[in-house]
Design a binder for this molecule. Structure first.
Ligand SMILES: [Zn+2]
Length: 141
């Protein structure tokens, strides 16, 4: 009978799987933390500057709906990492969407300056190498 030997092999495989599980859960939680950090600059800029420059309300509305749908699946499967991801991203998307709606069309000074076309300080033809090409050259007499 090989009962003891088979059990040992099974146990070894299980323990390797068990060892990997916390590593992948840690990676998932780290990904959630990065995701949360990624939302922060957007939320802070919207809230402080009342500036919605570059924010697509349609895209954020779609991410909100997407988060709800994926969250539903995560809850159905009981997948803790995906539930946590949706718990973190759902309110962030909702807050960004709400602030973007409240401050739609409003732009802070920095974004207003960035959106203006650059004004060259001298005519284009006189910049760089073009200046030497356009400089009048008179034949020596
Ligand atoms: Zn701005």
């Amino acid at each position: 009978m090989n009962w003891g030997r088979d059990n040992r092999c099974k146990r070894r495989k299980t323990s390797a799987k068990e060892w990997r599980k916390p590593v992948f859960e840690f990676l998932g939680v780290a990904g959630i933390a990065i995701s949360m950090l990624a939302y922060m600059p957007q939320v802070v800029h919207l809230a402080r500057e009342h500036c919605s420059a570059g924010i697509s309300r349609r895209a954020w509305a779609m991410w909100l709906v997407s988060s709800l749908l994926v969250g539903t699946l995560a809850v159905h499967r009981g997948d803790l990492v995906f539930i946590l991801l949706q718990i973190s991203s759902l309110p962030s998307a909702a807050v960004i969407l709400m602030l973007a709606q409240r401050y739609r069309g409003m732009v802070c000074e920095v974004h207003a300056l960035r959106s203006q076309p650059r004004q060259p300080d001298r005519p284009r033809a006189l910049r760089g190498e073009a200046a030497s090409l356009l400089a009048p050259t008179r034949p020596a007499r």
